[in-house]
Structures are given as C-alpha cells and as structure tokens.
Design a protein around this ligand. Structure first.
Ligand SMILES: [Zn+2]
Length: 698
C-alpha cells in the first residue's frame, strides 16, 4: 500500500477488496506443499517468442496447471502461497494443541485457531454472538443516533481505514490516520468516502448487461443475508432495495478512482467545524468521541467534498428505518465470514463466486490462516521468518536492491529529456529511499487483544478494535517511519510515497521470485524486476509529485514535467485497449502508475544485471551450458513469474477496478517496448513483440 489507503496502492500484486491473497494462489489438495523453481525448459519451443512472448513462456505451464475449483486464479506463486500458509498453520496448530508451557502469544494464536476451526461450535452458535449488535441497531430511535452506530460498527468490522483497492468499504465513511500531504512528518486525521458493499462505484453506475445482472444478484444477496440474520423475507426484500438505493446515491457522489490518483484532489484541509458544517446531520462530535480519535491538529483531511455533501442530503432524505436497514446490512456483511456455514457460504456465493468466479470455498484451515495473518500477523510473522527467511536471504536481497538503485542512478544521469536541476532533485529522492527487507525491526505487542476459544466472531471484533485504536492513536503524533503495512508472509511488495520507502516482505523473497539456488540472470529477471518496479513507483505519475521527504511538492521544471507527461501518455495509450478475455476495456489512466513501474522495473533490473555481469567479466549474450544466454533467461524468468490463469469474472473485476494490468499484458506490453528484448530473441522489426512506437519513461 502506498499510504494507509487514500493513495493508490503502489503494490506489485493486485489487491482486491478484503481478499488480498486471492491471487496468491494455492493448491486445494492436502499434499505437502512444494516450492517451485524456475525452469527454462518449460517454454514452448514450437512457438515464436517474437509473436507472443507470454504464450511462448507460459502456455505449457498454464496447460499443466488448471485453476483448482476453490481458486479464482492460478499462477507460479501458487505453490509459494500454499507453502507460506502451511508454516503459519503449523505454528497455530501446535499452539492450539499444547495445553501447558505456552507463551502469552502462543495462547492467543492457539485459541484463535481453536475458535476458528471449531465448525460444530460455529454452527450451534448461529448468529448468537452478533445478536447484541443487531439489537443495538434495532434500538435506534432517531437519525441523530446514526453517528454512534457507525462508530460502533467501525470498531467491530475490519477495514474502517485499511481498506484495499484504494478505498474503504466501511459503513458510511472511512476515518483514520493520514500523513499530511504538505508535511509528511505529521499525521493528521483523514476522512474518506466509503459506504459501498460492492468493490467500487463502477459496479453501481455501469449500464452494460453484465453490470445490471450483478446488481440484481447483489440485491438478492442482501435479501438472503438479512433473512439469515433473522428478518422476514418480505422485510429483507424491502430493505435490500433501500440499501441499494442508498449505496447507488453514494456511488454517484464518490470521486472516481482516476481523479483519486492525483493527490491534489484529495488534499482538502478542514477544521473540525468545517467538517461538521459539511455534513451537519451527522454527529461528528459523537462519532470521534465514540471511536476514541484524538483531535487532529492543525486540520482534518477530507478526500471528497462532494461525497460528504451528498451524505448530508441522504441522511435528510432517508428515514431512520432506512438507515437501520443500511447498518444491519453492513454489520451482517462484515461479520458473515466469522459466523455459521449458511452466512459464510452466502457471503462466498456473491463475493467470490459471482464477482470473481470461484467454484468452491477454500478449506477452513486456509480461511483461518488468512484471518489470523490479518488479525495477529505482525507477531505471528516471527514464526514464518524463523523457518523461511535466513539472514543470508536478507543480505542478498539488499545487495540486489542496491544494484537496482544504482541502475536508476545511471539511468537518470543519462536521460536526454531531463534538465540538470530536475536530475539533481531526482537523485536526492532516489538516495533517500528507505529499503525495508523481510520483516519489521520490532514485533507488534498484541497483549491487550483478548482472544478466547469460545467465539471466533468476538476474536475478530477484538482484533479489529485493537487495530482501529492503534491506527487512531497515530493521529497528531510524528510519523513512525519504521512501520510496515504488510505482514512478513505476504507475497507482495510496496512503495510508500509519503515515507519514500520500499518494502519487500519475506513472503515474496522465496522461489520462484528470489531463489538462492539460481544464477543472477534468473533472480534479476524475477525479484530484480519487482525491486525495480517498486523503486520506479517513486517516480511514476503519482510518486513523482512527492519529494525525498514524502511531501507533496513540485520539484520538476515545467519543461521536464511536460516531457514526463508526453512519455506517460505513450504508456497510457499503449495500455488503453479492449481486453477480449475480460470483455471490458482497460483504462490506461487508471493503470498508468503500475504500467510505468513494470516497464521501468524491467529496464532497471536488466541494466543492473548487465553491470553486475560486466564487473565479473561475463557477457549478457554468451550462451550458458543450458543453451540460453543470460539476457534470454532474464526475460524468461520475468515472464515466468506472470504465468497464471484468471477466471473470466475475476479478470473483468480486475480490469474495472484494479490499477494493475493483467498478467499477459504485464509481460507482452513491457517486452515489446524494449530494444533489449528484440536483441535477446533476434526479433524482426514488425513482429508483434516489437512495437513501432516504443514507450519509455524510466
Ligand atoms: Zn506497483
């Protein structure tokens, strides 16, 4: 993630709603997991690499790895994800079965595991543990009580401020800490648009047949969920219509995700009185008192003024009964995965089956591992690091990071479109990047989280309360530059522009991404490109607007900014295209930052490899004993990390909502921009993998 949530995630893998692991795939079988190593012999030599490099590298791999029923995608990270999850499972199972001699934290993870995996207890409890919270909502007498009920839900349901995919889907709005745009050393309170139950506003507003069908299914889903939570079918059907009407009006007023890419659109500073005046029917004083947020000095940041103006109208227009229905829905929706089978299955049916195309639920243990990683992961990760991340891996990764940073240094110095004053600023920013490898310096103290074996739902509520308060406690304090936003076993990486830091969790520093058993060409093509990708985010269309300290400050001369934008436009045009596999068109403006990072990453990693081989007296183009040159293996290893298949529903959702392009394009669009690729495979001019108008920013 880039910045808690207001800034578009500058991550490497896609993030989707509450299911950020969905693309970090795994096997449905219970066989012992294996790590997969890159094998250049998996390419299909009957195909021409210059025609379709993705197919050349991945067709055999994909054919040999069909998507399992309980998955929505399957790729080369699959075995790794399964392997990572197994390490956590073992630690939790052991802690769960032991009855004596456990540390305080082992008691917590053991009991968390015990409660989550006890399906008979979940069945017999039904909605028992949710009932008091439903009763609270039913007891609402006036709309003036809306603020306290929203506050209550925000402390129970994960995601009030840490929503993924660039927005919160918390009830009504998002609230949490935000580094100040103009002074990144300071943390203020951010107030964000929110309130939707579907992934983003496009799902409410598009009028193609698929979108209409999804909305019908959504309404039916809300009806079923409210029925399962105790409403009559007739009342639930009426309530579902009300919820959809409220959320659609919210979606109309939301700022779209392309406007949100420009930080200046989000930088609306307001006093508390101004916030109150924006939505006077919402009792802000009550809300901040109930969640326990400290006053924010010298201002609050409100991301979308139009949204909060609309919210005022909506509160006025709708009756207290309408708002009760809306809150009941958000409470039940956010709690369903932690309740009985009927609710968990119905939740899966809409969010995983309809929206993403999954054919079966993940086994219980995997759902428990993922929930525990979210709820207790910053201490649970220690168990993972002990097993999976030796100091030698950290050292070698850090050396790779330095090589790629040095490559960007060389690249900037050699640019013919940038003037010396801007180059100097770019260099300062590059040298100030903080490199975080593997895991945080301190494990989080979860001692105040009360975990029991009796109620999975209560455990999730407890962990959410802890995390929400931890987030809120940052407001009005100096920023903590050492904090990580991903847990150690996560298969992902990120750049954070307001901290000017890159973070590579131990979870991704494993085969096939980082493989100590492989030569440099393979590692630079895989993890090297990921490193280059994250570093480039500091200089993409969004990252370039922040300076070395993370402040939103223009350090570009007008001429250089213009030259940048021309190059950026080439990328936007290249990636704006119909995606036949998804049945929708990609908007290159949404994916510009990620696409720029993909292209920059590949260029920088290859430059770094070339320099390293030169210093060792080796050449990029001399064949190794396996018959491939290092240059060829660099590109094969790069494409290999993207070998994967998505279900069509997932593909459509990704193209509509996600700032990352889908894998085939992350390979082919990048290599077709690179003369170095032409050279590697002796492609002729005019081949599909040799673009006429090659784009290059970094
Ligand atoms: Zn990225």
């Amino acid at each position: 993630m880039c910045n808690w949530k207001v800034i578009v995630p500058c991550v490497w893998f896609i993030l989707l709603g509450n299911a950020q692991f969905l693309l970090a795939q795994q096997s449905p079988s219970e066989e012992a997991p294996k790590l997969e190593h890159f094998d250049p012999n998996m390419v299909d030599k009957t195909l021409d690499p210059c025609q379709d490099f993705y197919q050349f590298t991945c067709s055999k791999w994909n054919a040999a790895h069909p998507i399992p029923a309980d998955e929505v995608a399957w790729g080369t990270a699959s075995g790794l994800s399964y392997w990572n999850e197994n390490i956590l499972r073992e630690a939790m199972e052991k802690a769960s079965s032991q009855t004596t001699g456990r540390s305080e934290f082992e008691e917590k993870i053991g009991d968390y595991w015990g409660a989550c995996t006890n399906e008979p207890a979940l069945e017999s409890a039904g909605i028992r543990d949710l009932k008091p919270d439903l009763d609270r909502i039913d007891g609402m007498k006036t709309k003036a009580e809306l603020a306290e009920e929203v506050a209550h839900i925000h402390t129970l349901i994960p995601g009030a401020w840490d929503g993924e995919d660039n927005q919160t889907n918390a009830a009504l709005l998002g609230f949490g800490p935000q580094q100040d745009f103009d002074d990144a050393s300071r943390v203020v309170a951010g107030i964000d648009q929110g309130g939707l139950g579907m992934p983003n506003r496009e799902f409410y507003l598009k009028d193609d047949p698929t979108s209409k069908e999804i909305r019908q299914k959504y309404e039916a889903h809300i009806t079923k969920m409210l029925t399962l939570a105790g409403e009559s079918a007739t009342q639930a059907a009426v309530d579902a219509k009300t919820v959809l009407a409220i959320e659609t009006a919210m979606a109309q007023a939301q700022m779209d995700n392309i406007s949100r890419r420009d930080p200046k659109n989000l930088n609306n500073k307001m006093s508390f009185e101004q916030v109150e005046a924006l939505t006077p029917s919402f009792n802000w004083k009550q809300y901040v008192a109930d969640i326990g947020a400290p006053p924010s000095q010298p201002h609050y940041l409100v991301t979308s003024l139009a949204f909060f103006e609309k919210l005022e109208q909506l509160i006025q227009q709708h009756s207290v009964d309408d708002w009760k229905a809306y809150l009941r829905w958000h409470l039940v929706h956010g709690s369903a995965p932690y309740l009985n089978k009927a609710l968990a299955d119905e939740n899966w049916e809409f969010y995983s089956h309809t929206l993403l195309g999954s054919k079966a639920q993940l086994p219980r243990w995997r759902r428990c591992v993922r929930a525990a990683d979210r709820d207790l992961g910053m201490a649970l990760g220690e168990a993972y690091v002990k097993v999976a991340f030796p100091p030698s891996s950290k050292e070698r990764t850090l050396a790779l990071v330095h090589d790629v940073e040095h490559a960007l240094d060389q690249d900037i110095m050699g640019l013919n479109w940038m003037q010396p004053t801007t180059k100097e600023q770019a260099e300062i920013k590059l040298h100030a990047i903080q490199d975080n490898i593997g895991y945080p310096n301190h494990w989080r103290d979860y001692s105040s989280v009360k975990i029991t074996r009796d109620s999975y739902l209560h455990n999730v509520h407890e962990a959410t309360r802890f995390e929400f308060h931890r987030q809120l406690s940052k407001i009005d304090k100096p920023v903590d530059r050492s904090e990580w936003q991903m847990t150690p076993p996560t298969i992902n990486a990120y750049y954070q522009p307001q901290l000017n830091s890159i973070n590579f969790p131990a979870g991704i520093l494993q085969p096939p991404f980082f493989d100590p058993s492989k030569e440099d060409a393979v590692n630079y093509g895989a993890v090297g490109v990921i490193i280059g990708h994250e570093i480039t985010h500091g200089f993409d269309d969004q990252g370039r607007k922040f300076d070395a300290k993370g402040d939103l400050r223009n350090w570009w001369t007008p001429e250089d900014a213009k030259a940048y934008e021309q190059r950026d436009q080439c990328i936007i045009d290249e990636y704006t295209a119909e995606i036949p596999e998804a049945g929708v068109k990609q908007n290159g403006q949404l994916t510009a930052g990620e696409d720029t990072a993909d292209n920059g990453g590949a260029h920088l990693a290859l430059l770094a490899l070339s320099t390293k081989l030169q210093t060792e007296g080796k050449s990029l183009d001399t064949k190794d004993s396996d018959g491939w040159t290092p240059r060829q293996k660099f590109f094969l290893s790069y494409a290999n990390e993207w070998c994967s298949q998505y279900r069509p529903e997932l593909m459509r959702t990704v193209v509509l909502t996600n700032p990352h392009s889908i894998p085939k394009y992350r390979v082919n669009n990048v290599v077709s921009n690179m003369p170095e690729f032409e050279q590697a495979f002796s492609c002729k001019a005019g081949s599909p993998m040799v673009r006429k108008n090659q784009c290059r920013v970094w």
